[in-house]
Design a protein around this ligand. Structure first.
Ligand SMILES: NC(=O)c1ccc[n+]([C@@H]2O[C@H](COP(=O)([O-])OP(=O)(O)OC[C@H]3O[C@@H](n4cnc5c(N)ncnc54)[C@H](O)[C@@H]3O)[C@@H](O)[C@H]2O)c1
Length: 348
């Protein structure tokens, strides 16, 4: 077994503790979380108590200078992704940066350049790729079961799911609302299935009709509706250079029947598919037929993602995202917001 990778965490909040550190701990032969950096001393204390991580820093640059790290998870609010990821790459670390890649495509490009210059890995936390359902669909799609995918729908909808913690309702720190927060997960998944075609035109519309009102909170707790500065619903149509199109919907709160809906539906010349519930739909031998798995293993997608990142650090091929895919996702997000602001279609 190679030496254990020395892992540092930048931003020790909810996702760092719940999905990153907890899962690195499940690969004790491959990795050791040796340090955490967070601007909040209370958060550092929590990390020391919960995980026994001895080395904690209030400035990530100090951690990068002192700890001789092999890899870093970036788990800060979106505004700080680019700075932290670039500093970590320049310090010679492989980087797993939480989604979205950054605040905008310009930052994602700088991150990709830093990755290229350093020769290190830069992956984004699009963990849905690692679910058993996504991997099953990818195998069917790669085998040509859908033919040419010419259209589809991306949904990341919550009936009432505005996060009451963190800074998810603050445009200045996050860059936007449900589109950049949860929409990007399903957008990445759809593009991953489609082979990441290049976006060409985008028309987008955003709304802030409910998030800025004291409506009924659910699992996310009470959000700060008085300072709610992001959209609560984003709608878009995206066209691609291979002739395909995607329709996208993303909400933190919207009046609908289901509590939440995270789905990718694709329509191809030989079949269609749905991610959740997972299924493939075809017309074969004179019969309309649905294909559904009789059995799929239960996969914790975060655990699988951390495992894949560690394997990638050791040079193994994995389905992790690339810096270039991060730029494309971010270009689409930028174009949706720009179209919504201008009221006009945008050429990417
Ligand atoms: N993949 C997923 O499903 C998923 C889920 C939740 C959050 N996220 C992403 O993870 C990131 C963090 O979200 P969270 O829910 O953990 O938020 P959080 O508020 O719980 O944690 C963020 C932490 O970053 C710290 N921080 C802020 N600025 C910093 C800086 N300059 N340097 C170091 N630390 C800094 C904060 O003090 C806080 O402890 C966001 O980008 C979010 O989009 C991803």
């Amino acid at each position: 077994m190679d030496k254990k990778l020395r892992i540092g965490i930048i931003g020790g909040g909810g996702i760092a503790r719940g999905a990153h550190i907890a899962n690195y701990f499940k690969y004790p032969d491959k990795a050791e979380v040796v340090a955490v950096a967070d601007v909040n001393e209370d958060v550092l204390q929590l990390n020391r108590q919960e995980f026994g991580i001895e080395h904690t820093f209030t400035h990530y640059r100090d951690m990068l200078a002192k700890m001789e790290l092999d890899a870093v998870s970036v788990c800060t609010p979106n505004k700080f992704h680019a700075g932290a990821a670039i500093a970590a790459l320049e310090a010679g670390c492989n980087v797993l940066c939480e989604k979205p890649p950054a605040m905008n495509a310009a930052e994602a490009r700088e991150m990709a350049n830093a990755a290229r210059k350093s020769g290190k890995l830069l992956h984004y936390g699009f963990h849905f790729r690692f679910s058993a359902e996504a991997q099953m669909l990818r195998r069917y799609i790669d085998a040509g079961e859908l033919g040419h995918v010419y259209s589809g729908k991306i949904k990341a909808l919550r009936r009432s799911g505005i996060p009451g913690w963190g800074v998810f309702t603050n445009k200045e720190l996050q860059g936007g609302g449900p589109l950049i927060d949860i929409g990007v997960h399903m957008l990445d998944l759809g593009l991953y299935f489609m082979g990441y075609p290049k976006p060409v035109h985008v028309i987008g519309k955003t709304y802030r009709e409910l998030g800025n009102r004291p409506l009924t909170p659910t699992w996310g707790g009470q959000w700060d509706y008085e300072n709610y500065s992001v959209e609560d619903l984003a709608m878009a149509m995206i066209t691609f250079d291979n002739g395909a199109s995607l329709h996208l919907e993303a909400s933190f709160i919207v009046h609908m029947k289901e509590n939440d809906r995270m789905n990718v539906q694709l329509y191809g010349t030989e079949g269609g598919c749905s991610f959740s519930p997972v299924g493939i739909y075809k017309d074969r031998h004179g019969t309309l037929i649905d294909i559904a798995p009789a059995y799929l293993p239960k996969v914790d997608a975060y655990h699988a993602e951390i495992g894949a990142f560690l394997n990638a650090c050791r040079g193994e091929p994995t389905p992790l995202s690339t810096p270039e895919e991060g730029i494309l996702v971010q270009q689409i997000v930028d174009a949706i917001y720009a179209s919504a602001d201008s009221g006009k279609p945008v050429t990417v």
